[in-house]
Write a protein that binds this ligand. Structure first.
Ligand SMILES: NC(=O)c1ccc[n+]([C@@H]2O[C@H](COP(=O)([O-])OP(=O)(O)OC[C@H]3O[C@@H](n4cnc5c(N)ncnc54)[C@H](OP(=O)(O)O)[C@@H]3O)[C@@H](O)[C@H]2O)c1
Length: 292
């Protein structure tokens, strides 16, 4: 059985949807904090059990019969997430899982300015020490582009700190790749980079945004401290602004400059490009057209 945590979240929810296209529902189980939110999966024949990363006993119960367990990286910022991940890994080992997979991130390392990568590095270290086969799905960045690009639709400019090359994948592609790995004949061991075929920069985003909107969108580099001050003036807490800044600092150190053909290979097609992603979001009304 394949057990997936965080199946009521965006990434692993999409992974379960992809798994359902590949294996019978009774081969899939989910371990979720709120089973009521997984009723649609229970209705399709997926085993639904309740557990949080704070409850080892419930985790072990929810991982029973697992051949593979896919752990989502916790979004619970009020907790020690490394300890949560360690508990989940230990519970999967105790439950007898043969392989543990984890949604890690591209560029995972201890020596980086971007704090989440240190969390992933600590978790991968615990996986490597677990004695069980493991796979870290090192996804490129993904999510709502407006958080990355700022208010470009209103202003016509992407005014952010200096950046460097990084990967920006579509979450659906990351989920499809996870399902492909979980159902492959031959397992992938250790860290697997799931990136675009070539990294991108915010200048590339400006070019793509210009292409899909038909309007000139310019990339403007804002000095770090000016950008933090402007963000705070717009009501963003300093801590949050500095966290975002640390991501840009990590990109410009070349931390995310490498790319890997694995995502393309797993999908059997090119991953959705940033132009594809922006075009689709504009068509869906998720990103509005900039003013003329
Ligand atoms: N690479 C990137 O650019 C990137 C971007 C965004 C996020 N991430 C990371 O990737 C993860 C998945 O992303 P996503 O887009 O699917 O985020 P999401 O929709 O917020 O999903 C996070 C999942 O974590 C679960 N969770 C939180 N605390 C938990 C706990 N104590 N015990 C068990 N499960 C817990 C949540 O459960 P509920 O459904 O019950 O809330 C949810 O299902 C995030 O948690 C974050 O660590 C990476």
């Amino acid at each position: 059985m394949i057990i997936v945590t965080g199946a009521t979240g965006a990434l692993n929810g999409a992974t379960v949807d992809q798994l359902l296209k590949r294996v019978p529902p009774h081969h899939i189980g989910v371990s979720v904090r709120d089973p009521a939110r997984a009723q649609h999966l229970a209705d399709r024949g997926v085993r639904v059990r309740q557990a949080s990363y704070n409850n080892p006993q419930a985790l072990r119960r929810s991982f029973a019969d697992a051949d593979q367990v896919l752990l989502v990286s916790s979004s619970d910022q009020s907790s020690d997430v490394v300890a949560q991940h360690d508990r989940a890994i230990d519970a999967a080992v105790d439950a007898g899982a043969h392989r543990i997979l984890y949604t890690s991130a591209h560029g995972t390392a201890f020596d980086t300015p971007y704090p989440p990568l240190r969390i992933h590095a600590a978790t991968e270290h615990h996986l490597a020490e677990s004695g069980v086969a493991w796979t870290a799905l090192r996804n490129g960045f993904y999510g709502d582009p407006s958080q990355l690009l700022g208010a470009w639709q209103e202003t016509g400019v992407i005014a952010m700190p200096a950046d460097g090359p990084f990967s920006w994948v579509d979450r659906r592609d990351a989920a499809e790749a996870a399902a492909a790995i979980l159902t492959a004949d031959k397992p992938l061991d250790g860290p697997v980079d799931l990136t675009l075929p070539e990294p991108v920069t915010l200048a590339d985003f400006a070019a793509s945004a210009s292409e899909v909107t038909g309007h000139q969108i310019d990339r403007v580099v804002v000095d770090d401290e000016t950008w933090v001050r402007d963000a705070m003036n717009n009501g963003v807490p300093e801590e949050v602004a500095r966290f975002t800044l640390s991501m840009f600092q990590a990109t410009r150190s070349g931390h995310f400059a490498n790319s890997d053909p694995m995502l393309t290979r797993l999908l059997g097609r090119r991953p959705r490009s940033i132009t594809d992603q922006l075009r689709e979001r504009i068509a869906d009304g998720q990103v509005s057209d900039p003013p003329r």
